[in-house]
Ligand binder design. Structure first.
Ligand code: GDP
Length: 413
């Protein structure tokens, strides 16, 4: 996954664009890949992509012809899983200054994946995505909320005092085969009401579920829910079904079109933010590679270690940026000064300029983290200043020696 993801994020059309990462997670054989493939139809019809830079498709007719078989992520009826691990779509869609990546995930809860692996996949996808869809059949059940434990635990660190940003962006519960439209109608509106009802904290809830409910809202910028009808017998059961929309129940087709057009329209394409700051392809690649390395280790994943890694990555980058400010300042001036006091003053003011940039930038972490990295920056500049002073002193000594010799020569002459 490392190389595959890196190649997408560092593609010249992607590296400087802000990243939108849409993912879908949930149990296998519940129509996730099928849904994403219809999303791909919409995306190819509406946006350019790195493989198809000039899209000429009629966006109004994004759903295509009634009889066209579905293509994209592999999907199939039956009980064998098709998708393993985390799969990135090999193309990236481009709109203005944003690049959109699509991720399908391994079927959680098939018999071949352990609970630990399930929760790792779920947590990693949550960390990387800006729009996460949890695909479920029927109702939201208590154990579904438990998947979100990592997200909310992580959210507790990120929303500690002094951290005003929610760590994650959009989370969508997508409920398939909804059979209670009289109480909660299909679509986002019915879904929202159902979700609000489900997330109410009740006294009988076990502690961890109370906690998930309490922290869910503070962990995600937006939580929503969409209710989709049963797609019809052919879609649900026919092992030869090829994905064409001609075979869908009309009600399902209508709701599917509304859902996808709403989810993927430009204004709803939420960008990935880390500590409230949008990340481009290059930055996303750095964070994600770190996360993947941690998740590939065998140990269980502690939200705290991810949190510390994220802070380290963030503050280290800030320290380098500030050190560069100091360097530029010094490089432009010190070489031309031949007076020790003046050199010391310039080094001092360059250090102050870098430190005040550090102090003024929005930061991640608690006061202790922020002070520690500030000290690192100061120590780095201090060491550099010592070198500058040594070089300058040598130069001044040389100049003085030359002046002395010149004066001596003049006297002798
Ligand atoms: P995934 O493993 O979750 O990615 O599932 P797939 O996308 O491979 O689809 C598995 C099966 O579910 C296919 O036969 C689809 O035709 C069918 N399917 C797609 N959408 C729905 C739905 O909304 N409800 C039901 N019951 N089946 C669906």
């Amino acid at each position: 996954m490392f190389g595959e993801l890196e190649a997408l994020l560092l593609h010249p059309e992607v590296v400087n664009r802000k990243i939108v990462l849409l993912s879908i997670v949930g149990a296998f054989r519940r129509g996730k890949s099928f849904f994403l493939d219809y999303c791909l139809r919409f995306l190819y019809a509406n946006y350019a992509s790195i493989k198809n830079p000039s899209n000429l498709i009629n966006a109004d007719n994004w759903i295509g012809a009634a009889e066209t078989p579905l293509e994209g992520f592999t999907w199939r009826s039956g009980t064998q899983r098709d998708t393993t691990g985390i799969i990135f779509w090999s193309d990236v869609f481009l709109t203005g200054d944003r690049a959109i990546l699509i991720v399908d995930s391994q079927g959680l809860f098939d018999n071949e994946t352990s609970t630990a692996d399930n929760s790792k996949i779920f947590s990693l996808v949550t960390l990387m995505t800006s729009i996460e869809i949890l695909n479920l059949q029927g109702l939201i059940q208590e154990d579904h909320l438990q998947y979100l434990q990592f997200a909310t635990e992580y959210g507790k660190f990120m929303t500690s005092p002094g951290q005003e940003h929610k760590p994650f962006q959009n989370f969508v519960f997508l409920l398939r085969d909804w059979n209670n439209p009289d109480e909660y109608p299909f679509g986002f509106d019915g879904g929202q009401k159902y979700l609000e009802n489900t997330l109410v904290v009740k006294p009988h809830h076990p502690e961890e579920l109370k906690s998930v409910r309490t922290y869910l809202k503070s962990s995600f910028e937006k939580l929503s829910c969409c209710l989709l009808p049963y797609p019809g017998k052919t879609v649900a059961r026919d092992s030869n079904y090829d994905g064409r929309w001609a075979s869908m129940d009309e009600e399902f087709l209508d709701e599917l079109k509304i859902l996808i057009s709403s989810l993927l329209k430009s204004e709803n394409l939420t960008t990935k933010k880390i500590n409230g700051i949008e990340v481009n392809g290059k930055q996303a690649n750095e964070y994600f590679q770190q996360y993947i390395t941690i998740f590939q280790s065998n140990s269980s994943i502690q939200p705290q270690s991810i949190y510390e890694t994220t802070i380290d990555k963030f503050l280290t980058a800030l320290v380098l940026q500030c050190f560069q400010i100091y360097k530029n300042h010094v490089n432009q001036t010190v070489g031309n000064i031949n007076n020790e006091t003046e050199i010391t003053n310039v080094l001092h003011s360059s250090r102050n300029a870098a430190l005040s940039t550090y102090d003024g930038e929005r930061k991640m972490g608690n006061a202790e983290h922020i002070q520690k990295y500030r000290n690192d920056l100061d120590a780095k500049m201090n060491n550099d200043s010592i070198e500058w002073i040594a070089i300058a002193m040598a130069r001044i000594a040389k100049i003085r020696e030359e002046q002395r010799r010149a004066a001596e020569a003049a006297r002798e002459a």
